[in-house]
Ligand binder design. Structure first.
Ligand code: 5GP
Length: 114
């Protein structure tokens, strides 16, 4: 099956502009264009995986990296002590818009229901 390019895969390849704050071989993190909190970072797998339903055991290292990078960024932003929220949406009922696995990191203010 041919995997379709996404807005995020173009950001990862620097073909579309984004405020990238972290990138390594496995993941890329950048500010959300439409933030729902003071800080709203998207941490995206460099490999295009459309949804959580498609993950396999061989993706575990890369998916774990989403958490280690979330922890690193939250410390850098100074929000790790007060707290933050991590969200991964899957398919329509969760409101997934971009079919390329990503983790939302939200923080910097008190988070109500989003
Ligand atoms: P989802 O609903 O798929 O979990 O979240 C997709 C997120 O990507 C949304 O919060 C949306 O604001 C963000 N987004 C969509 N297009 C762009 C873009 O071109 N640049 C950036 N930085 N964020 C985007």
């Amino acid at each position: 099956m041919k995997i379709k390019e996404t807005i995020f895969s173009k950001i990862i390849k620097h073909e579309i502009k984004a405020d990238i704050i972290y990138q390594d071989k496995l993941v890329t993190a950048f500010h959300n264009i439409n933030p729902k909190a003071k800080y709203h970072i998207l941490i995206v797998t460099n490999k295009i995986i459309p949804t959580v339903n498609c993950v396999t055991n061989s993706d575990e290292l890369m998916l774990g990296r989403l958490f280690t990078v979330a922890a690193k960024i939250s410390k850098e932003l100074g929000i790790s002590k007060n707290g933050y929220r991590l969200i991964v949406n899957c398919n329509a009922d969760a409101g997934q818009e971009i079919f390329h696995i990503h983790m939302h990191l939200l923080g910097g203010n008190l988070l109500k229901d989003i």
